[in-house]
Design a protein around this ligand. Structure first.
Ligand code: NAD
Length: 458
């Protein structure tokens, strides 16, 4: 039997060992999901919505225990685990509230005995391969609308957030979702790869660009619906008319929240030369004030990195930036273990020859680059293969929005950052992915549309 060992990234200790899936058990679960899906699609929508309402009640009831589990297995500071769970509740309400109009049949023409109608059907059985950094958010962005629209789901949580994945499964089952309609696959990338070999009707992935492109190559010839939500290198530009201290405080949070492990973390900052020095001073001050330590403590802001290999990525970006002349203002090194600890790191004097400004860091590190004006800032913001989010800080809304409109990114922020709303679509441009979740479009994406041409008998 395969096993999956779960470690606590804060101290390296083993938390538990789980029985993992293998190719045969993945195939068996996929067959059971296939058999169970039609009956689930036939369940009245009101009952499917009631299941998610009961899931909401379960998350609310067990919130403290769920937050503790998430913090133990990922190292996410406990207040941020609570924030994720609280934020989830609004997303659940959005999906439950919006699903009926999104999937209602539409009569789009009805004249002289000829009717044209659009029907929204579930895709069927969908696979969801998920990431660890916000497992409740990114998991439920797929799982919940997929179930509400009548799909069965084969869910492969990240091997770094599997205990949370199993809690999602427990709460859905307690809420009345049949076991074979929502199946959890336990294991690492090999189990994810086994899922790709099954007969599924859609594959929804959240994770790195490297894995996403492997998945796309593997499933491409099968023409199934494929969504990839991948990484970013999200830029922000601070204009000369912005308040440097307020912008620095907001962006330090955007760069370091969740120890920098958010897909929409601020990863590059460009500051107009007129306020650059004041901004940098306030930024460093703010980061110095972040409390680093035991993620179980209520007042901890920076925790360990979830994955040990991420330390090597940060070391390499630091060495490369130093070698190319950047100024290290804070951190720049590992902290003594056990566990995966890295000092919050701030560089100024960076440029686009450096990996720090080109490739996703996904940790508590940031590069701040001085620019001469708006044109240079827009050029640099677009000098990337990614395109998840981008921001501009300025009191002048017209200026900021005109600049943002020229940036290739799926989400644009004026005077804010690192923000996701259930009402707005979440999508990446370029190498940040294809497809979208959230908003009404993120419900419809779990359906296929069918056209009816209906002529009454004459
Ligand atoms: P990852 O690519 O290492 O793993 C993601 C999932 O893929 C895991 O469940 C893993 O087991 C599975 N997997 C690995 N190899 C596989 C294979 N060959 N076939 C099938 N499945 C395989 O990513 P991660 O470290 O879990 O997540 C971090 C990344 O996710 C970052 O790049 C981050 O930006 C991105 N992310 C993006 C969004 C978004 O909405 N765009 C949200 C969260 C995270």
């Amino acid at each position: 039997m395969n096993t999956l060992v779960i470690h606590n990234p804060a101290n390296g200790e083993k938390i538990t060992e789980l029985a993992a899936d293998d190719a045969a058990s993945v195939a068996a679960k996929a067959a059971r999901a296939r058999a169970a899906q039609p009956a689930w699609a036939a369940v009245p929508l009101q009952e499917r919505k009631s299941c998610i309402d009961r899931f909401h009640e379960g998350v609310t009831r067990d919130m403290e225990q769920l937050a503790t589990t998430l913090t133990r297995e990922t190292g996410k500071p406990i207040q941020m685990s609570r924030n994720e769970l609280k934020g989830l509740l609004g997303r659940l309400d959005f999906f439950v509230g919006m699903v009926a109009p999104v999937i209602a049949n539409e009569t789009v023409f009805d004249e002289a005995g000829m009717q044209e109608r659009i029907e929204h059907l579930p895709l069927g059985v969908v696979g969801n391969i998920s990431a660890w950094n916000y497992p409740w958010f990114v998991g439920c962005n797929v799982i919940v609308p997929a179930l509400l629209t009548g799909n069965a789901v084969l869910y492969k949580p990240s091997e770094y957030a599997t205990l949370t994945g199993l809690e999602i499964a427990r709460l859905l089952r307690e809420a009345g979702v049949p076991q074979d309609v929502f199946c959890t696959l336990v294991g690492d990338g090999a189990v994810g790869a086994a899922l790709l070999d099954q007969k599924i009707d859609g594959l929804f992935f959240t994770g790195s660009h490297a894995t996403g492109s492997r998945i796309a190559q593997r499933v491409g010839p099968r023409f199934m619906k494929l969504q990839l939500e991948l990484g970013g290198k999200d830029p922000t530009y601070v204009c000369d008319d912005a308040d440097p201290v307020a912008a620095a405080q907001s962006l330090a949070d955007g760069a370091m929240y969740n120890t920098g492990q958010s897909c929409c973390s601020v990863e590059r900052i460009y500051v107009h030369e007129a306020i650059h020095d004041a901004f940098v001073a306030a930024f460093v001050d703010t980061v110095r004030g972040f409390k680093l330590g035991d993620p179980m403590r209520d007042d901890t802001y920076i925790g360990p990195l979830t994955r040990a290999p991420a330390l090597d990525v940060l070391d390499a970006q630091v060495a490369d930036a130093k070698a190319k002349g950047a100024a290290l203002l804070l951190g720049g090194h590992r902290l003594p273990g056990p566990g995966n600890w890295y000092a919050p790191t701030v560089f100024s004097g960076v440029d686009h020859r450096m990996e720090l400004m080109r490739e996703e860091s996904f940790g508590p590190i940031i590069g701040i680059q001085k620019v001469t004006g708006d044109e240079e800032a827009v050029h640099l913001m677009n000098d990337t293969r990614y395109g998840l989010t981008a921001g501009v800080y300025s009191p002048d809304g017209a200026r900021a929005q005109a600049l943002l409109a020229r940036v290739n990114a799926g989400s644009l922020y004026w005077n804010c950052c690192d923000r996701v709303s259930p009402r707005l679509p979440w999508s990446g441009f370029g190498d940040s992915g294809v497809g979208l979740t959230l908003s009404t479009y993120g419900i419809q994406t779990f359906t296929r549309t069918r056209a009816w041409h209906l002529r009454s008998a004459r």
